[in-house]
Write a protein that binds this ligand. Sequence first.
Ligand code: ACM
Length: 542
Amino acid sequence: MRYRAKPPAQMLLISRRVPVALVLAILLLVACTAPPPVALPSPPDERPVVRDSEVRMNQLIPKPAAVTPRAGVFTFQPVTTIHVEPHGEEMLWLGQYLAERLGPATGYQFVVQPGGAMSAGNVWLTTSGADPALGEEGYELIVTPDGVMLRAHRPAGVFRGIQTLRQLLPPAIELQQAQPGAWELPAVEIRDVPRFAWRGAMLDVARHFFGVADVKRFIDLLALYKMNVLHLHLSDDQGWRIEIQSWPNLALYGGSTQVGGGAGGYYTQAEYADIVAYAARRYIIVVPEIDMPGHTNAALASYAELNCDGVARTLYSGVEVGFSALCVESDTVYQFVDDVVRELAALTPGPYMHIGGDEVQTLDAAAYAGFIERAQAIVQAHGKRMIGWEEVAHATLSPTSVVQSWRSTVAAEAVRQGAKVIMSPASRTYLDMKYDPNTPLGLSWAGLVEVQDAYAWDPATLLEGVGEQDILGVEAPLWTETIATREQMDSMVFPRLLGIAEIGWSPAHGRSWEEYRLRLAAHGPRLAALGVAFYRSPQVPW
Ligand code: ACM
């Protein structure tokens, strides 16, 4: 709002003794000759200037638990040093990671140094003296005009806080060529902890294969929004995507096609280990899924002995579901399951192994439950916790097992058995659902999922019998029947994934779609700077 113009100064000089007629005449003259009020010079606008950096403080996604604005800004300079403490390899790596995020756009070569205090003009990353209540991933970020302190109880919290620091800088910070500054952070105090331990995304690399570079890029984007789980759907009817040394045909033959009949592909164990290590550096665990006993045509085509009739199936490149199943009475099948789980468990430091278990239409209930219970025992024998899609709740679950809810209320049965739940309701989180009837890609069996649908719901109130304490977290799956390229992936994942990230991280109270859509709009330039071909939903004022 601008100040209204003051009355013209001449009017104030009129004496009360001047006759009324003369006053009126003068007033008339003044009215006719005075410049219109809008043309008068305005007094200086006395409102404090709102700097871009202050605006960005209110545009963070996920929204932090507590943000307290302070006066001023911190400006990165070419001499700004990143101090880390303690000075082991992990903190030095975090300092280097920050330097690498900020280096290209600023054009500054930030030096990373071991050091034990907040010092003038510098950034200090530390786990010393942090409040243990910050837990595994919480952090506090204190920015003053003199310096920056990012402190967390654990290094993962430092990493999450670095993402906040990135988002406090202009979107141009994400560009890979030097840009004009200034590189200002708003002075602020942020204390932030996640609501849920599990904030995941799933990538179906079975229907269409995505190579290591695409997966790493996806991991980097998950990291920016503080997500911490990458669930890889590594096998399905159309393809087997991970080398298993004791059953080599799974990848060599079972991985040789995909939906539509393309060449497919698979990860060697070394490539998978590289993905896992890349994710681990970003404090993201990889959860491998081998879907069984259904969704197994690629395996059934690779080895005849996995079929009850001993006849290998032909490779499949269509999109039907529910027609395949391992021969659950066969000892060979349990040897196969044991070998696959053993090799994958050895490559996977994270505590979970996903065994699928969804959409089996060719087994009776007892045969299905019996298989799931044996698979659960095998997973546990290899030191992992079993995860299955919600159908596994029809089997007897151990309390360490986890059920991924996707379409109904059966997860409440898992809760009754003491298992935890990951919330992936298809009508909210499935990133392969169309946004609207005009979306060229995707499916619509779970409905249309616009950006608002993906954001405006709460995991703890969706299912009867599944409350906050039963929920491990949220996950957004990208099934890839219709998605074959990085650009296609981007258009379905973004921007909906940001809403799921916020649901997983931010406190439930205070979330509102009307406020979020404005904050989300501010991430358009950031996503664009990162080369993400996101969908410009008309629901968001980009
Ligand atoms: C699923 O969507 N079949 C888990």
